[in-house]
Design a protein around this ligand. Structure first.
Ligand SMILES: Cc1cc2nc3c(=O)[nH]c(=O)nc-3n(C[C@H](O)[C@H](O)[C@H](O)COP(=O)(O)OP(=O)(O)OC[C@H]3O[C@@H](n4cnc5c(N)ncnc54)[C@H](O)[C@@H]3O)c2cc1C
Ligand SMILES: NC(=O)c1ccc[n+]([C@@H]2O[C@H](COP(=O)([O-])OP(=O)(O)OC[C@H]3O[C@@H](n4cnc5c(N)ncnc54)[C@H](OP(=O)(O)O)[C@@H]3O)[C@@H](O)[C@H]2O)c1
Length: 464
């Protein structure tokens, strides 16, 4: 078995880790992970909020999997036939994967933010992903948001990503200094004039997408307070049974924030039953954007938000859309209806409905952008089991696209060339950078100080 895993996020490492456990010791196999990012771990490095350092403990398991001599990681490699969204990547066509490997797992995640038809991107309307890319200093990080010119921010969507962004805007910069927040990001946050963050949800408290832990963190923010919710919003309809989570959400929201509203310089609100209906960007008459919101109710039959016909307008300085994510429409086996790759029982299925032999999808690439790391791990473990089962008992009626007998030791020639050009990061390279980032962080009294690719490359190859 010679397996290529496309993507080097948590799902890829969990599949590899599980395969190390499940595959018979007598089987000589290789696992090669390719990521277009120069560093491994996907959203664990470029997604998870800096004030959640414990979440990143999963990287110890990934390090363990990478220590196995049968696994190699190749960072800075964009797999596919389309241009890479990142600079400096080595291009590895899918045909090269197919001719060099006997097995493939697509673990490419859901890398694009969902957009809202009424909220086209502009200087006044950005995606939460661009905020996340900025504060994690992703290789595609946009220029910093002008936080020194803003007072009111509207976040559209009330999932956990929305709450991550809200916490970053409402937490005192001195609290953030000890975490993995790059110095240049701290500099911008220190100048922030943001006073209020409104978190807009098209449905009600019972349907909110955030989870309890993240809501509790908002409620307990040391330097911000929540606008109290109207009591009628916290009254469930009679006869509607509540889940444990829903009961706890209502209890927490009824109590309100730890700080009484009005006693803090920064405030936030949960604005339920509001759906964006348009945005007028600043003009000579209005210095602030005008966000139109359609009032909604939840249809008990479908659980969907439906407009009541009423609307209101909110003056705001920045709209940040946090509506979830989807896969890349140009990716092979992408299903536009699903918004991610088409799989059946973890196996990739073509447009024509044919199951491909030894070709799998794992993590958000296959499930869509739902669930926390624990769910991604469980899915990856299941994928690993499917791979092993198929290896032991090959499925009938599948179409072969891979090389059934590749040389175990060879790596694709594009990658060999990239290594020669010193463009590719392997796992031992990453561990050197990781250690150096932590050392730099220690000097500054924080978890780590991140490097950009130019700096990391210089550290690895001083002569380049
Ligand atoms: C902003 C944010 C914060 C989160 N915070 C938490 C949290 O605190 N706790 C928690 O439990 N979960 C959190 N999650 C969820 C968690 O990150 C996901 O469950 C998990 O990352 C999914 O793993 P994955 O490997 O499927 O995708 P990803 O982590 O997205 O990894 C996919 C990888 O594939 C690579 N890739 C894509 N296309 C190609 C290509 N063509 N060639 C080469 N490489 C490619 C990408 O560069 C990426 O590195 C968060 C998610 C987001 C978006
Ligand atoms: N700390 C953590 O554990 C953590 C941190 C970040 C992310 N994650 C996980 O990562 C996954 C993705 O998180 P996410 O916050 O990006 O997505 P999410 O949980 O799916 O939330 C998306 C939000 O956008 C709203 N929305 C979507 N389309 C909309 C539209 N057209 N108009 C108005 N509102 C719309 C949704 O409302 P509806 O519900 O009405 O559709 C929901 O409130 C989740 O599973 C999340 O738990 C976890």
């Amino acid at each position: 078995m010679k397996l290529a895993i496309i993507g080097g996020g948590p799902s890829a490492f969990y599949v590899a880790s599980r395969l190390h456990k499940l595959l018979p010791q007598t089987l000589d196999y290789r696992i090669h992970l390719f990521d277009r990012l120069w560093s491994p771990h996907g959203l664990v490095r470029y997604g998870v909020a800096p004030d959640h350092p414990e979440v990143k403990n999963c990287t110890h398991k990934f390090d363990e999997a990478a220590l196995d001599r049968r696994l190699r990681f190749f960072g800075n490699v964009n797999v596919g036939d389309n241009p890479s969204p990142l600079q400096h990547t080595v291009k590895l066509p899918l045909s090269s994967i197919f001719s060099n490997y006997s097995h493939v797992v697509f673990a490419t995640g859901c890398t694009l933010p969902k957009r809202h038809s009424e909220l086209p991107p502009s200087a006044s309307c950005i995606s939460a992903l661009s905020m996340v890319h900025w504060y994690t200093q992703h290789p595609n990080a946009p220029s910093p948001p002008s936080l020194d010119k803003l007072s009111h921010v509207s976040l559209i969507g009330n999932g956990n990503v929305s709450l991550d962004v809200a916490r970053m805007l409402l937490t005192n910069v001195d609290v953030l200094r000890k975490y993995d927040v790059p110095e240049r990001v701290l500099d911008v946050l220190a100048e922030s004039t943001v006073k209020h963050v409104s978190i807009v949800g098209r449905r009600g408290p019972l349907e909110a997408a955030f989870t309890m832990k993240e809501l509790r963190e908002m409620i307990n923010l040391p330097d911000a307070s929540m606008v109290p919710l109207a009591p009628e919003l916290l009254q469930p309809s009679e006869g509607v049974p509540l889940t444990r989570q829903q009961t706890r959400v209502l209890q927490l929201l009824s109590k309100g924030s730890k700080n009484t509203f009005g006693t803090t310089a920064k405030t936030w609100s949960l604005d339920f039953y509001r759906s964006p209906a348009g945005l007028m960007v600043p003009s000579s008459e209005n210095t602030r954007s005008q966000l139109s919101l359609a009032h909604t109710v939840v249809d008990p039959a479908t659980q969907r938000a439906v407009p009541t016909g009423e609307t209101s307008t909110v003056a705001t300085d920045l709209v940040v859309t946090s509506l979830g994510f989807h896969g890349e429409p140009t990716a092979p086996y992408f299903d536009p209806g699903l918004g991610h790759l088409r799989t059946l029982s973890n196996r990739i299925v073509t447009n024509a409905g044919t199951t491909l032999r030894n070709v799998y999808g794992s993590g958000w690439a296959s499930t869509g952008a739902h669930g926390v790391l624990a769910a991604t791990m469980m899915n990856a473990y299941d994928v690993a089991e499917t791979i092993v089962n198929d290896h032991m008992n090959p499925l009938e009626g599948t179409e072969g696209v891979l090389n059934p007998d590749p040389s175990l030791e060879e790596i694709p020639e594009e990658v060999v060339h990239g290594i020669r050009e010193r463009n590719i990061v392997e796992y031992p390279d990453w561990k050197r950078i990781d250690e150096e980032e932590m050392r730099r962080g220690q000097v500054l009294g924080k978890e780590r100080e991140r490097m950009a690719w130019d700096e990391a490359r210089l550290l690895l190859r001083p002569s380049v």
